[in-house]
Design a protein around this ligand. Structure first.
Ligand SMILES: Nc1ncnc2c1ncn2[C@@H]1O[C@H](COP(=O)(O)OP(=O)(O)OP(=O)(O)O)[C@@H](O)[C@H]1O
Ligand SMILES: [Mg+2]
Length: 250
């Protein structure tokens, strides 16, 4: 784009509550095919940044652009429909089957029923939930499986931007590794842009194409995983200190 905006762009975005800055002048871009990881300690403003993107919160200053458009000028509901938001509670409709949940947006768009089913089936397969899972209700799935449904639902909606708020935090390490690998595969296949919140450095290094380190609402560093080892800023160093000895200094 000639104006230098990425697919998703924060431009000097701030968010304050009663004069207290929670996010301060954040400027960052995410292209399709990229994953921006927001890494920071508890309370550093990671979730706030995600909520600003889908307008659950509005910036008190600055602008967020999606595909070159000021998100403020977009209809909030339509905006959210085009963004996958994967959080620990997932937001699935409890009385609907998995398949119906995945087909939520195609249904709102009044696709023919057969086409809805076909799309849902294809995407459930893609996230590793084939074989009768589509007929279950969300409460009959594990946490990790529900997250996969949320991802499939976003992709069925044609979302090109996916937001993840510590989605794998509660999973056992093996499942977590599987989900990370599956995420990388989906990113390749669908060429989506993603913003991924975590406080796990190894996850950030695995998943991210760039890592934004947040410190009390401010961008402390913005680096590729390869360059993370050389970053000298305090929070980045503190995260590196958490790694087991054998892993450090790679
Ligand atoms: N609605 C609100 N009103 C006032 N303060 C808020 C509000 N929401 C969040 N905060 C504060 O803003 C700061 C950033 O919160 P945020 O949820 O973005 O942090 P986070 O980085 O996601 O933390 P965690 O890793 O614990 O999830 C915190 O100090 C929090 O207490
Ligand atoms: Mg949070």
């Amino acid at each position: 784009m000639g104006d230098g905006l990425g697919y998703l762009s924060f431009r000097d975005v701030s968010y304050s509550v009663e004069g207290r800055a929670i996010l301060e002048r954040l400027t960052v871009d995410v292209e399709l095919g990229e994953t921006l990881v927001l890494l920071g300690r508890s309370g550093s403003g990671k979730t706030t940044a995600l909520r600003l993107i889908n307008r659950l919160l509005e910036p008190t200053a600055g602008t967020i652009f999606l595909d070159g458009r000021d998100t403020r000028a977009m209809d909030a509901i339509a905006l959210r429909r085009g963004i996958g938001y994967v959080i620990q509670e997932f937001g699935l409709l409890p009385h609907w089957t998995v398949e119906q949940n995945v087909a939520l947006v195609p249904r709102l768009l009044r696709w023919p029923a057969a086409k809805q089913r076909e799309k849902a089936g294809e995407l459930l397969e893609q996230v590793g939930l084939s074989g009768g899972m589509g007929a279950r209700r969300p409460h009959e799935l594990s946490g990790g499986q529900r997250q996969r449904v949320a991802v499939a639902r976003a992709l069925a909606a044609g979302a090109r931007l996916l937001l993840f708020d510590e989605p794998f935090g509660a999973l056992d390490p093996v499942t977590r590794h599987e989900m990370q690998q599956q995420f990388l595969e989906l990113r390749r296949k669908y060429e989506v842009a993603a913003v991924f919140v975590t406080h796990d450095l190894l996850e950030a290094l695995t998943i991210g194409t760039k890592i934004a380190v947040l410190d009390r609402g401010k961008l402390e560093a913005l680096v590729t995983p390869e360059d993370f080892w050389g970053v000298k800023t305090p929070v980045a160093r503190a995260f590196l200190e958490t790694l087991p000895k054998g892993v450090k200094g790679g």
